[in-house]
Design a protein around this ligand. Structure first.
Ligand SMILES: [Zn+2]
Length: 330
């Protein structure tokens, strides 16, 4: 049997509610200071355990019969569990794989998210929405291709004859933990409004697009920026506290790529405040955001320009910002 408790620091205490608390090992990896007040807690349950840090907000859980998530692996690594041991735990877990283990355990995930304070109401799509179909909706399909967005994303079309829905459009459902929690619609006829958004405060698009073995999470402003680079979209030019918590909770190195316009300058300041890396690549003339770059340079080349221009030092980010201000003026 897998005994997580044998890996915990010896300086720990058991609470009456079943949590074992100890100095959290996660905070220093998430931009927070070292926890000295035993704010990391782990609790075992019938088929695994969950971890929650009350200092930096890191959460993860493990369910016997399922693969160790990247966040659970991170935690074990930070607890100095050797890599071979982590692999052994994973193998042991997979030997307990059952239908139950393979089913998506939504209830447990929601508990973890509630602990992190990040959750969204499920939001069923309107009844008249249908999946975008290449043959039935060639104009909309061409638009998706033209924006270099992945064609396997479940784009939708609304079929009713409401005020807006007779206009050509593409609706992009928003998911969080693979549950639909909102949407945005892009109209394609050049008339106003261009967008209709329907999302909950603190939402960040793209968390479900992230892969566990990726080192970085790329934070952009717009939905097509995020779709074209497999990043996140803030849906505006700042990061509110709930969004910051959610993005940190992904457990990757964060790179903010602002739009190269006046509004983007505000996002740079906010990223510095959050101590996140910022990338302001010097792209060829006419490219002002990630999606433009992917359309003109391709995805891999754009990713390279982002990584090359990544800065973590406040001074260097400021220099990059001033250079951008100058370019915007000229
Ligand atoms: Zn922590």
């Amino acid at each position: 049997m897998i005994d997580i408790f044998s890996f915990l620091p010896s300086n720990r205490k058991q609470t009456s509610s079943g949590w074992v608390s100890f100095n959290a090992p996660c905070c220093i990896h998430n931009g927070d200071s070292q926890d000295k007040r035993k704010r990391g807690g782990i609790k075992s349950n019938d088929d695994g355990w969950s971890y929650h840090c009350f200092n930096c907000g890191y959460t993860t859980s493990f369910i016997l019969g399922r693969n160790l998530s990247i966040k659970a692996r991170n935690l074990l690594t930070w607890l100095n569990v050797p890599q071979e041991e982590i692999e052994r735990i994973n193998l042991e877990s997979m030997r307990h794989r059952s239908i139950d283990g393979m089913l998506y355990d939504r209830e447990k995930r929601q508990v973890a998210d509630q602990l992190a304070g990040v959750r969204f109401k499920e939001f069923p799509l309107p009844k008249d929405s249908v999946l975008l179909d290449e043959e039935e909706h060639p104009m909309q399909f061409t638009y998706i291709l033209h924006r270099n967005a992945p064609i396997d994303y479940p784009y939708m079309i609304r079929s009713s004859d409401g005020v807006h829905w007779t206009r050509p459009h593409v609706m992009i459902p928003f998911t969080y933990d693979n549950v639909i929690v909102g949407s945005t619609t892009r109209f394609l006829d050049g008339k106003q409004p261009v967008w209709i958004n329907d999302f909950q405060p603190g939402y960040v698009f793209g968390t479900d697009l992230q892969k566990h073995n990726w080192q970085y999470v790329i934070v952009t402003e717009g939905i097509f920026d995020a779709l074209s680079i497999d990043g996140l979209a803030l849906m505006h030019n700042t990061v509110n506290d709930k969004q910051a918590k959610l993005i940190r909770n992904i457990g990757k190195e964060i790179i903010v790529v602002p739009d190269q316009d006046k509004a983007g300058l505000e996002l740079i300041d906010r990223a510095v405040e959050l101590r996140w890396a910022v990338s302001i690549p010097i792209w060829p003339e006419g490219i002002k955001d990630v999606n433009d770059a992917v359309c003109k340079l391709g995805k891999v080349a754009t990713l390279l320009t982002i990584l090359q221009a990544k800065e973590t030092s406040k001074i260097k980010i400021e220099i990059g910002k001033q250079r951008l201000v100058k370019r915007l003026r000229s």
